[in-house]
Design a protein around this ligand. Structure first.
Ligand code: NAP
Ligand code: ZN
Length: 357
C-alpha cells in the first residue's frame, strides 16, 4: 500500500519516561477516503496519559518514545475524505481511546471494539498509515477514520465534554453492564476524573451513591456532584457501617490500595469492578470474595456505539465533566497535581495555547 502524504502538526511529546512533555512536531496523514481531519479544541488529561508517558505500564504495554498522550479529544472538522458520510467541515467531532480496529472479529461485529484483539489505540499503537506509532490528542489536529469519530451534542460545554471520551465512557459502560439503576446501592472509590463522572452517572441512573475518598476536603463536592453519602476511607469506623451492603462498587483508584476493604462492603452476589489501573498488582483476599459469593471484575473504556449512546445521554441530561482549563504549557504541572489528587476534577487543555509554540 502506498503511504499517504503527511503534514506536520504541532504537539507536546515525552522523549523518555523521565523527561517532561515538551513542544514538538509530529506527522499526520493527509485525510484519505474515509478520514476526518479535526482541529483539536480541547483535550482532557487522563491519569492513563501519565501512566503511559512515564512507562508505568511497562510490563503490560511498554511505552514507545517519543509519545504524544491524549485520548479525550473534542474539536471541529476541517476536512473530510471523499467517502465520508457522517461529517462535514465545520461540524463538532470527538475522538476517544480508539482510532481503529479490525472490523471483522466477533467483538467488532457486536460493536464492542474495546475487546478487539487488533484494536488501534489513539496513542502508542502501530500506525498502519505512516509507520511508527499513533500520536494522541496533545496536538493541534488529528486524522481519524470516520467510524471512530463521534458526534458531540451541541448543547454541551466543549472543555467539559472532552473528558467524556474516556472518563465518561469508562464509568458509564460498566455501570450499564452491571445494572446500576434506581434502588441499587452503588459505591464509587476515588473522586478523581473517572470517579466524579461515575458519581454523576450513578446519580442520573437513580442509584443511591456513596463516595469513598482519601481526601476529606472533597466531601462537599461529592455531595454536590450527586452522592448521597461520603465516607473517608481511612476511617475504619465509617467503613464498617457499610459492611455487606453494596450491590455494586466502581473502583477508580490510580495507585496501590487495599481492595479487600471494599470487597467486604459488597452484599451477597455483589460486584466490584476495577477501572483504575495501578502500576502494581493488587492483593485480593480469597475469603473476602468467597464469603457472599462476591465477584471482582474489570472494565476497559467502551465500544463506539455505546460511546455515542453515552454522549447522547450526556446531551439529554446536560452532563459534562467539572474541569479546570489549562494551557498546554502547564501540562507537566497538571501531572504533578494529579498525582497529589489535586484536580477538580479533570484538567482540560485549551489547545489554542499550542498556537504560540
Ligand atoms: P485521577 O483523576 O488521578 O483520580 C484518581 C483518584 O484516586 C484520586 O483523585 C484519589 O481520589 C484516588 N487515589 C489516588 N491515589 C490514591 C491512593 N494512594 N490510595 C487511595 N486512593 C488514591 O485519575 P483518573 O484519570 O480518574 O484515572 C483513575 C485510574 O483509572 C488510573 O489508573 C487510570 O489509568 C485508569 N483508567 C482506566 C481506564 C479503563 O479503561 N479501565 C480508562 C481511563 C483511566 P480521592 O482523593 O477521592 O481519594
Ligand atoms: Zn483515559
Amino acid at each position: 500500500m502506498l503511504k499517504p502524504k503527511a503534514y506536520s502538526a504541532k504537539a507536546y511529546s515525552a522523549a523518555s519516561a523521565t523527561s517532561p512533555l515538551a513542544s514538538s512536531t509530529i506527522p499526520r496523514r493527509d485525510p484519505t477516503e474515509h478520514d476526518v481531519q479535526i482541529e483539536i479544541l480541547f483535550c482532557g488529561i487522563c491519569h492513563s496519559d501519565l501512566h503511559y508517558a512515564r512507562d508505568e505500564w511497562h510490563s503490560f504495554m511498554p511505552t514507545v518514545y517519543p509519545c504524544v498522550p491524549g485520548h479525550e479529544i473534542v474539536g471541529r472538522v476541517t476536512k473530510v475524505g471523499t467517502a465520508v458520510m457522517k461529517f462535514k467541515p465545520g461540524d463538532l467531532a470527538s475522538v476517544g481511546c480508539l482510532v481503529d480496529s479490525d472490523h471483522t472479529c466477533p467483538h467488532c461485529q457486536a460493536g464492542l471494539e474495546q475487546f478487539c484483539p487488533n484494536q488501534i489505540l489513539t496513542y502508542g499503537s502501530p500506525d498502519k498509515h505512516l509507520g511508527g506509532v499513533t500520536y494522541g490528542g496533545y496536538s493541534d489536529s488529528i486524522v481519524v477514520d470516520e467510524r471512530f469519530v463521534l458526534r458531540v451534542p451541541s448543547n454541551l460545554n466543549l472543555a467539559g465534554a472532552a473528558p467524556l471520551l474516556c472518563a465518561g465512557i469508562t464509568t458509564y459502560s460498566p455501570m450499564r453492564h452491571w445494572g446500576v439503576t434506581k434502588g441499587k446501592k452503588v459505591g464509587v472509590v476515588g473522586l478523581g476524573g473517572l470517579g466524579h463522572m461515575a458519581v454523576k452517572f450513578a446519580d442520573a441512573f437513580g442509584a443511591h451513591v456513596v463516595v469513598f475518598t482519601t481526601s476529606p476536603n472533597k466531601k462537599e463536592d461529592a455531595l454536590r456532584l450527586g452522592a448521597d453519602d461520603v465516607v473517608v476511607s481511612r476511617n475504619a469506623d465509617e467503613m464498617k457501617k457499610h459492611t455487606g451492603s453494596f450491590d455494586f462498587i466502581l473502583d477508580a483508584v490510580s495507585a496501590d490500595h487495599d481492595i479487600n476493604a471494599y470487597i467486604n462492603l459488597l452484599s451477597r452476589d455483589g460486584n466490584i469492578t476495577l477501572v483504575g489501573a495501578p502500576q502494581k498488582p493488587l492483593a485480593v483476599s480469597a475469603f473476602s470474595l468467597l464469603i457472599g459469593r462476591r465477584s471482582l471484575s474489570g472494565s476497559p473504556i467502551g465500544g463506539i456505539p455505546e460511546t455515542q449512546e453515552m454522549l447522547d445521554f450526556c446531551g439529554t441530561h446536560n452532563i459534562t465533566a467539572d474541569v479546570e482549563i489549562v494551557p498546554i504549557q502547564k501540562v507537566n504541572e497538571a501531572y504533578e497535581r494529579m498525582l497529589k489528587s489535586d484536580v477538580k476534577y479533570r484538567f482540560s487543555i485549551d489547545m489554542a495555547s499550542l498556537k504560540s509554540e
